[in-house]
Design a protein around this ligand. Structure first.
Ligand SMILES: [Zn+2]
Length: 161
């Protein structure tokens, strides 16, 4: 297993469209809202087949646009995942929001901090996540950032539903 920290350094910038081939997975779990402590669902998208990435499993972050069918699939399950302006990121992206107080749980805190939900430090932490395939028959283009290195441990350990 590649070192998680090292994996984070291999990330792409946000400014171009990525071509992603099926399958694509929604991953997630519930965590307490950082502000009001309500249990809130947080999700991310895991992509094992992305153009020009040599078959590394990537986790999308700071997603700026998503094809309608993918968005509909996700929002029918987790309607609190929505396009929001983030002061910290200085842009709009699809963010996880609290169903009670509406605050954004920013991608940086969900993906970028060791031991955060999408930064599992070991297999047990990765097992806390579920993983559900998003039905997709054609490749799609998505504008987002990409983290590598943790995708593999999530892909191998998340609970498939
Ligand atoms: Zn809240």
């Amino acid at each position: 297993m590649a070192d998680a920290q090292a994996g984070r350094s291999a990330s792409k910038m946000n400014d171009d469209l990525m071509k992603i081939y099926p399958p694509l997975y929604m991953i997630g779990r519930k965590i307490p809202c950082w502000r009001c402590e309500t249990s809130m669902p947080v999700i991310a998208i895991l992509a094992p087949k992305i153009d020009d990435t040599e078959d590394q499993v990537g986790v999308l972050t700071g997603i700026e646009n998503l094809p309608e069918n993918i968005l509909r699939f996700i929002q029918s399950r987790v309607p609190t995942f929505k396009l929001k302006y983030s002061k910290m990121a200085g842009k709009k992206y699809f963010a996880n929001t609290c169903p009670k107080c509406g605050v954004i749980y920013g991608d940086f805190f969900l993906h970028g901090e060791p031991d955060s939900p999408f930064f599992p430090e070991n297999e047990d932490a990765a097992r806390l996540l579920y993983m559900k395939e998003i039905p997709l028959t054609e490749p799609v283009e998505v504008s987002a950032g990409l983290g590598f290195g943790l995708g593999e441990i999530i892909y191998s350990n998340a609970k498939r539903i």
